[in-house]
Design a protein around this ligand. Sequence first.
Ligand code: OAD
Length: 256
Amino acid sequence: MIDLFDDVAQSLRTARSIVVLTGAGISAESGIPTFRDALTGLWARFNAAELATLEAFAHDPELVSRWYDQRRIQVAQCRPNAGHLALAHLQQIARGRGKSFTLATQNVDRLHQAAGSTEVIELHGSLWVWRCLDCGTESEERGGAFEEYPPTCPCGGIRRPGVVWFGEMLPAAALAAAQVAAERCDRFISVGTSSLVYPAAGLIEQAIAAGASVLEVNPHATPLSDRVRWSLRGPAGELLPRLVDAAFGSPSGKNV
Ligand code: OAD
């Protein structure tokens, strides 16, 4: 793995434009369950169709809003891990060296922002944002659990979680920004995603088609593993700090 590490580190040093796409796996070491890991994944324990669709919310707004609010409260207890921090550090270094850097995430936990990443593209929304179905007002909820489910808006309408549900369109501006970045980058890092859900997973394919060198960081193989240039098999919280350190030196300022 050492040679592979050096190869990837060298590619980051010579990169012009870096794009990172993250999935639930990068938050696993912060204690947040992924979706599809057997046994521990959310979809292994809950039925996505009963919780993560507009139809489910229409059918039982109390159940769905309570489930999302419980996830919001749980996630509020979680902290960014070394993988999130390494990406925040990579953004700072890359931009300091005149490289373009874009971080797009499928996650709704905002741990990247908590780690110091900025201008994070949230492809699937956020657990902290709730939107009124009547007046469309969106607001951030940072407090304790709601007192009623579904929560209501001052206008009297009911509020839904500001996350993207199955079958719904991604926020157009966020997706467009991520697609432009994937098209233009020369290095693309996919971290902690099963690469099964589109259009987010399509960003990886887009970068490959555009000729970027793609790195996948994941303990397990994905359907795109045999199409990327490098696969680092292991947890993001361990591999990302080592990679950024190998490429640019650790945050302590030790230069390579
Ligand atoms: P998944 O649960 O589908 O995949 C998580 C991936 O993370 C798997 O490939 C794991 O092998 C990997 N993984 C687990 N632990 C890891 C670690 N410590 N470090 C690195 N990787 C690790 O989650 P996503 O790919 O994010 O959609 O799922 C994509 C979308 O499907 C989610 O955004 C959600 C879900 O339905 C919406 O909310 C719209």
